[in-house]
Design a protein around this ligand. Sequence first.
Ligand code: MG
Length: 202
Amino acid sequence: MRIGLGYDSHAFKPGVPLVIGGLKIDHPAGLAGHSDGDVLLHAITDALLGAVSAGDIGTFFPPSDQRWKNADSTIFLETALEEVATAGYRIVNIDTVLILAQPKIVPIAGEIRARVAELLNLKPGDVGIKAKTPEGLNQDHVAVAHVVVLLEPIAATGDLARMSATADTEIEIDTVVRSLIDDGGTKRALGRKKHFDSDDLT
Ligand code: MG
C-alpha cells in the first residue's frame, strides 16, 4: 500500500464563485486562484500524485500556463487519477480536513462528500469530509485543506480475490500470501518511478 499527503490554501475573494470539492456553494465570496481555486480538489490532487511519487499539481499545471486560467479543478484531479492508475494502484479511502471560518461546512458536508466520491469513483463511505474553524490562527480570510489518501496495488487485490475464491486450505492461503509478499519488488516496479530521487522533491 502507499499513502499520500496533500495540502493547499487559497484566500477568499468577494464576488467570485465558491467551489469546494467540485461542488458550487452559494456564498458571497469564492476562493482566489489561477484556476477555480478549489482548495479541496487541489489538496486531493497533490495527495494522489504524492502517493505514487509523481510530483505535484504545479509539475503538471504550472500557474504560469495561461491554459489553466480559471480552469475547472476536476481536470487536475483526473490527471492525478490517471497517474495513480498508470502506477498500478487504486484508492482505498481518503480523509480530509477543511479549515475555514465561513461558510459553515457541516450542513453541506454530505453533499461535498457525495461529489468528491463521485469524482474519485469511490463509495461515499470511503471519503471523509471534516471541517474546523481557524480558532486562534487569525486567518479567517483563508481556506485551507489537508488530505491523506491510501492506495492499494490493483494486481494484489486481484490476487487476493482469486485466493479467497480458490484456496481450499490454510497452507494454500499461506503460500499465496507469501508469494504476494515476495512479489513486492515487481509491484513496486508497476509504479511510475522505481526510486525516490531529487525529481520527487517538487
Ligand atoms: Mg491551489
